[in-house]
Unconditional design. Structure first.
Length: 106
């Protein structure tokens, strides 16, 4: 299928997918852990929100300038095919390690 005839995901659905992927079971488990830390936890949330919004802005700009499929792997591949491959391998392993860490700690 061409890019124009493919179904598009809306803003609400996209936000839900990303939020669900990030929160997972942590949304139910985290408040109890943060209660013992106190008010400093709010600053952690604020810093995390700023970081996530900055990263979202970078990806939005990259997607606007380079509207091909492939995400970070395609963007890195524009610099060099070897760099794109390395990004893909590291991205794959980071996802596996991150998901395992979430599974172990939940």
């Amino acid at each position: 299928k061409s890019m124009s005839s493919a179904k598009k995901i809306g803003l609400f659905a996209c936000t839900g997918v990303v939020a669900g992927n990030m929160m997972g079971s942590g949304i139910a488990l985290l408040p109890a852990n943060l209660a013992s830390i106190g008010g400093i936890a709010i600053w952690g949330w604020i810093i995390s929100i700023i970081g996530a919004m900055s990263l979202a802005y970078v990806y939005a700009r990259l997607a606007t300038k380079n509207p091909q499929q492939g995400g970070p792997i395609a963007y890195a591949g524009e610099i060099s095919p070897a760099f794109g491959f390395q990004t893909g391998v590291l991205y794959y392993h980071a996802n596996w390690i991150g998901n395992l860490a979430i599974g172990i700690t939940a």
